[in-house]
Design a protein around this ligand. Structure first.
Ligand code: SF4
Length: 437
């Protein structure tokens, strides 16, 4: 979708600024779109002031994300008007959810396209700028050490609060060969850690061979030069022993499992249509921990869902205390129009949602502190992501924990092993650091 006329001839390859908000899938789409622009001879990922086209990769999962997209779009209007020929494109979940209504609402929007089917958008750009480009542009070596690679789109679950199935559609997996090809390209450009992405990543099925996520992890693990491999987001329904065995046996796969539980009460889970009971979830966690040594567990929780009673909330509190997660992402429930839950009353007052959220945060802070302090004096491996102004290097352990290294001991892109000398609920401090790669 778009308007005419769009962009006049430039006499040089158009330069593109890409901006995204929201989940890791949008981060991966950002990288993918940059490669598509390079393939058609455009210069991707330039600073806004140097750009001819600005592409907004939007998010519709929560209304405040949409507000940020509208805010960013407003900022772009004077940028666009400052030089004739500039254009603004919008893609991501808002393009799917609102469709052409956005073109009515955003008078300065030139293009809108579905990120899953960008061919029409790129074809239009090529027809306008065929004379401006000299052929494909080589993507510069990445300054990224970490990258996301989507392995599947969509979701076949129908959690009552979630809009994803409506904006991302049914599950559709990419082939293992295509995914491995993406990983090879990224590793060749300097990426060292890959996170495989899917809304429901552990329901991955190769379209030709029907093999699942454990086999995909094995294929990606074999890519030379890859140091670390993670995957997001797993659904408890598909968290099977074979997956935990792959995590244990494949050297690059990190000991980190994100397994959203959302609530710790069976009736609440039924209203959310999460298709498992608390007991089944606990059993999966027990098998995962028994299989994968040093496993870090993280989860998502929604508080204040429609009709959540104090007793139901207490079930969540108890689950949190019993499982002892490393990290918990907690959200207060907010209604998304169009979902099944939107037909139920949003009847937990905001103040009560906040109280429940803060209560869980406080409990989790204590648990995370204890789990991190249990690592004192142990040696952990860190992939260094950067160096702060005080000279200390920082990165993450295989369990995904933030770790700081002594000033002057490491540079970005290096792998080190260090002793945990101090720990609190959100980070580790290391000393006696030695190179690990
Ligand atoms: S599994 Fe995740 S993405 Fe799919 S509907 Fe449920 S919450 Fe949404």
């Amino acid at each position: 979708m778009g308007r005419e006329p769009i962009v006049p001839r430039l006499g040089r390859p158009p330069r593109v600024h890409l901006w995204h908000i929201g989940c890791q899938m949008n981060d991966a789409d950002h990288l993918q779109l940059a490669e598509c622009f390079a393939e058609i001879g455009f210069i991707p990922d330039v600073a806004l002031e140097d750009a001819d086209i600005a592409v907004l990769i939007s998010c519709a999962v929560r209304s405040n994300a949409e507000q940020k997209v509208y805010g960013k779009f407003k900022e772009l209007i004077p940028w666009k008007k400052a030089r004739p020929g500039r254009a603004i494109a919008l893609t991501g979940c808002m393009a799917v959810e609102h469709g052409s209504a956005l073109l009515q609402r955003m008078a300065d929007l030139d293009y809108m396209f579905d990120v899953r089917e960008p061919e029409g958008f790129f074809a239009r750009l090529q027809s306008l700028h065929g004379g401006d480009v000299d052929g494909p542009v080589t993507m510069p070596a990445s300054d990224r050490l970490l990258a996301y690679v989507p392995v599947m789109g969509g979701c076949n679950e129908m959690c009552t609060y979630c809009i994803v199935p409506f904006v991302r559609g049914r599950e559709s997996s990419r082939s293992t060969a295509e995914i491995v090809g993406d990983v090879r390209r990224l590793v060749d450009r300097g990426v060292r850690e890959i996170t495989l992405l899917g809304q429901n990543v552990n329901s991955y099925r190769d379209p030709q061979t029907n093999t699942g996520l454990p086999e995909l992890l094995a294929a990606v693990d074999a890519v030379p030069g890859l140091w670390r491999l993670r995957f997001l987001t797993s659904h408890p329904r598909n968290a099977v022993p074979q997956l935990f065995e792959a995590m244990r046996d494949l050297p690059t796969v990190c000991e980190q499992l994100h397994l959203p539980v959302q609530a710790g009460d069976d009736e609440l889970l039924r209203r959310m249509r999460r298709v498992y009971s608390v007991a089944e979830y606990r059993e999966k966690i027990a098998v995962a921990r028994a299989t994968v040594p040093d496993l870090a567990l993280t989860t998502d929780i929604i508080v204040g869902f429609s009709g959540e009673t104090e007793a139901e909330f207490e079930g969540t509190v108890q689950l949190l205390r019993d499982v002892e997660y490393d990290v918990v992402h907690i959200q207060a429930y907010s209604v998304r129009p169009g979902t099944a839950a939107a037909r139920r009353p949003d009847d937990v007052p905001l103040a009560e949602k906040k109280r429940r959220l803060n209560h869980l945060l406080q409990i989790q802070r204590g648990i995370a502190g204890n789990r991190n302090r249990a690592l004192l004096d142990r040696r952990v491996e860190v992939l260094v992501e950067g160096v702060a102004v005080d000279g200390r290097a920082y990165g993450r352990t295989r369990q995904g924990k933030v770790a700081w290294l002594p000033a002057g001991s490491a540079r970005a892109g290096e792998m080190h092993v260090g002793r945990v000398a101090a720990a609190n609920h959100w980070q580790l401090d290391l000393d006696t650091v030695s190179s690990a790669a």
